[in-house]
Design a protein around this ligand. Structure first.
Ligand code: DGT
Ligand code: CA
Length: 571
């Protein structure tokens, strides 16, 4: 589906036109077209095939031709032309979250800023806020935007890391010299973001493994290559470190390279207390190795229960393992259904039926179809009339697929005053109501907190989605009074979501643990916008595990019968 590509290009055109001070109506026309195309549920290629592009609102001959060119070639000559005489410095600045064309142009003209490095220097030197027409806040926003951009480049989201690791591990696994292979580091601990990828191999012939690795096709650069370890940079710029160890010390090495550093240090101190020495080669009494082959053996020798990688952050897991009080962490197989998924009725790319079929393949007992509410026009939110038709569609599918329960719901927008986007008599008709913030992120922490607690207090609201609004590499989480939110969520039996989308993953590990401790139930959902994205659940479950959550802490581990009781659904 090329809708997003087209929308992105149209938006870039609007920015370029704005920089060139072109007619505002033309600029708005591109912005409007971008919004419409982005939010339309159908694949635009279908409109081309059926020669119906001009039926779309705001699309005439000119835009039709451009759409066709983008679909055919993936690019647009007109945009390339427009960009030719816009200075690169301005184009670079547009990549910073929160910097628009007007600001970028002004900065270039008044301060001669040619790249992001220069912009950062000027901002730190306070040169921006003194420019006429610039507000003090703009400088702050620029610095914050730069920070977000840099961190986004420094670390990648867990899914990107996991996909890259999967391809390397898959290739190396095929070598007959490889006995065992695992990812280590932050990726194995399933941290939400990852700086580099660590891979550990057990083999008696390390050179063979090294040669195979450094000759793989997707490598840009070999940073270092020794007999047992190598560091490479992939074509997309990710660093991958591979180490090969002997089978006898594989467990010790896996433990060491999985980390975290803080967890390792604590373990080493514990070993010293027991007159033992712990290293990446094993556990030693005097000079004699007494453990090293497996991680389990290592923990056993230290008198600890096995600690799952997700817990290894020195957040009390070693003490709990000593007392045999580690949590029974939730597992992917405990998840009985997904309570947050979109369809073509709003901004999803799959029909309800496609989502349902995928949920059945995952073995789910239930699936909730929760499209956006009416106010969220850019995401194709549904009016009450459309809701009625959608409901009929769900009823039809319920008959067709009796082995899965299809819940009728919505992701309802919470406005800047904390009001919900549908009236109570509409919400009452729904099996499940998810409330979420999509606008007004810049309000004060008190105000956003109040919006969310007000949403919790609505008796129809079951879940608050992506509670902190963060989008990795694009938007920081908004600040909230978590204590207050947890209290109200607990009092009103409103579940808080761990959103499994890799750029979101919020609530994060720390806050989901605090929420649980405050008596709040957690829902682990995918927020899928395509049927395939129901698979993202594993990242949400990993975050829940990092938050020490058990099956009983999670709403969607309940059987359908118990879920209906909990949500008060009349089935
Ligand atoms: P990242 O890459 O920033 O996402 O996080 P990690 O945890 O993967 O960190 P990385 O790649 O620097 O190191 C991988 C593991 O190696 C780390 O989790 C623990 C271990 N490690 C690295 N340096 C040290 C150290 O100085 N002391 C100890 N005890 N362990 C270390
Ligand atoms: Ca790492």
């Amino acid at each position: 589906m090329k809708n997003q590509v087209i929308a992105d290009i149209f938006r870039e055109i609007a920015e370029m036109l704005e920089i060139k001070d072109e007619n505002v109506f033309r600029i708005r026309a591109y912005e409007r077209a971008a919004r419409n195309i982005e939010s339309m549920p159908e694949d635009i290629e279908l409109f081309i095939k059926e020669n119906r592009v001009k039926d779309l609102p705001g699309i005439g001959n000119d835009l039709e031709a451009k759409i066709k060119e983008i679909v055919a070639t993936g690019g647009l000559k007109y945009l390339d032309e427009l960009k030719k005489d816009v200075p690169q410095g301005i184009i670079d600045m547009l990549n910073i979250p929160g910097v628009g064309p007007k600001t970028a142009k002004l900065l270039h003209e008044k301060l001669g800023i040619v790249d992001i490095v220069m912009l950062e220097r000027m901002a730190h030197a306070g040169k921006i806020k003194v420019l006429p027409g610039m507000r003090e806040k703009t400088e702050e926003n620029i610095l914050r935007g730069l920070e977000i951009l840099k961190r986004g480049r420094d670390r990648m989201d867990i899914k990107t890391a996991s996909d890259i690791a999967f391809s390397f591990v898959g290739r190396l696994k095929k070598l007959k010299e490889v006995r065992k292979i695992d990812t280590a580091g932050s990726l194995r601990r399933m941290k939400d973001t990852v700086r580099d990828i660590d891979i550990l191999v057990s083999s008696e012939q390390p050179e063979k493994v090294m040669d195979a690795l450094t000759s793989s096709p997707d490598i840009k650069e070999v940073l270092a290559k020794g007999p047992t370890k190598a560091s490479i940079i992939t074509k997309d710029g990710t660093q991958v470190d591979v180490r090969v160890v002997e089978p006898a010390s594989y467990g010790a090495a896996l433990l060491y390279f999985t980390g975290s550093k803080a967890h390792n240090i604590k373990l080493r101190q514990l070993a010293i207390k027991k007159d033992l020495k712990l290293s990446e080669y094993g556990i030693f009494r005097k000079k004699k190795a007494i453990a090293g082959k497996t991680e389990k053996e290592m923990y056993d020798t230290l008198g600890l229960d096995y600690i799952a990688p997700e817990l290894r952050e020195d957040r009390g897991e070693i003490e709990a393992a000593e007392k045999k009080r580690l949590p029974m962490l939730v597992e992917l197989k405990d998840i009985k259904g997904d309570l947050h998924a979109h369809s073509t009725w709003s901004d999803g790319g799959s029909s309800i039926e496609e989502v349902v079929l995928k949920a059945r393949r995952l073995g789910y007992e239930y699936i909730a179809i929760t499209d956006h509410s009416q106010g969220l026009k850019i995401a194709g939110g549904l009016s009450d009339k459309e809701l009625d038709i959608k409901k009929q569609e769900i009823y039809r599918l319920r008959k067709k697929y009796s082995d899965i329960k299809i819940l009728f719901g919505a992701e309802v927008d919470v406005d800047s005053d904390g009001n919900l986007d549908y009236p109570d008599d509409i919400l009452r008709e729904m099996d499940i109501v998810i409330a979420a913030i999509h606008i007004g992120f810049k309000q004060s922490p008190e105000k956003i907190t109040r919006r969310l607690t007000k949403a919790c207090q609505n008796k129809h609201v079951d879940i608050i989605a992506h509670p902190t609004g963060r989008l990795w590499g694009a938007r920081e989480p908004y600040e909230l009074d978590f204590e207050e939110i947890f209290k109200v969520a607990s009092d009103t039996s409103t579940a808080l979501e761990i959103n499994s989308f890799p750029q979101r993953l919020d609530l994060n590990d720390i806050y989901s643990r605090m929420a649980r401790d405050a008596g709040v139930l957690i829902a682990v959902n995918t927020d899928a916008h395509l049927a395939e994205q129901l698979e993202l659940m594993r990242f949400g479950v990993a975050t829940a595990r990092r938050g020490w959550l058990e099956k009983k802490d999670i709403l969607n581990t309940l059987s359908f019968g118990r879920l209906t009781q909990k949500l008060g659904i009349d089935w």
